[in-house]
Write a protein that binds this ligand. Structure first.
Ligand code: ATP
Length: 203
């Protein structure tokens, strides 16, 4: 199996920003959020099962999963989250492995927002990379990007692993409390490290 990194971090921590910087240096990205979105977009592989299990009222006129409706439902209805995940997780797994097979970069980075919270990911990757910042920084970034009220951002964060739990799972950490410029030297250093580990793994 190829050398791979599982990149994670809380909402608004900077996962996408950091992942794009590794990609610019030659890593291949497999974004599990993007895959989940594609599965639930019009014509996506999960749509037929969502229709069968939840009904047409959970689809938009275009035939995508109605994300707002589904989010509200899984928050309020016991068991609904597990039913949705039972549909999505096997499909995400298949598509993720397909994307990994097709990747041609120097090494692989799986971007997995809920890596620490989900089963199986830590065993799947060679190393876990956590993008870390203070909770107050997360709140500020998400509020300014999305316009969500602070209470709602805090509620999303409360449903995720804590900063401490994430750091405990980390092999490597990128500190993203500073400005964007402070990321480049950290990414450069880790990229060099990952290239050498990937070369060792391939030897
Ligand atoms: P999500 O979990 O919500 O998808 P994410 O972890 O992928 O978020 P990003 O989308 O990379 O995080 O960053 C969140 C927001 O904060 C973006 O608007 C991004 O431009 C901004 N941001 C990220 N890092 C920094 C930084 N070091 N300085 C200033 N702004 C930043």
């Amino acid at each position: 199996r190829r050398f791979s990194i599982g990149l994670t971090g809380g909402i608004g921590s900077g996962k996408t920003t950091v992942a794009d910087m590794f990609a610019a240096r030659g890593a291949s990205l497999v974004d599990t959020d993007l895959i989940a979105h594609q599965l639930t977009a019009p014509g996506g592989a999960a749509i037929a099962q969502i229709h069968a299990q939840f009904g047409a009222s959970f689809l938009t006129a275009e035939g995508a999963m109605d994300r707002a409706r589904m989010r509200e439902y899984v928050f309020s209805e016991a068991g609904a989250k597990a039913r949705l995940e039972a549909i999505l997780h096997p499909l995400i797994r298949i598509e993720t492995e397909r994307a990994a097979q097709a990747a041609t970069g120097a090494y692989l980075i799986f971007v997995v927002p809920l890596l620490v919270e989900s089963r199986g990911w830590r065993e799947r990757v060679s190393r876990v990379l956590v993008v870390d910042c203070a909770e107050q920084t997360q709140v500020r970034r998400v509020m300014s990007r999305s316009g969500l009220p602070e209470a709602q951002v805090r509620a999303i964060m409360a449903a995720q692993a804590t900063r401490e739990q994430r750091l405990a799972a980390a092999d490597d950490v990128i500190d993203n409390d500073g400005d964007a410029q402070s990321l480049a030297p950290q990414v450069d250093r880790l990229h060099a490290h990952y290239l050498s580990l990937a070369a060792q793994a391939a030897a």
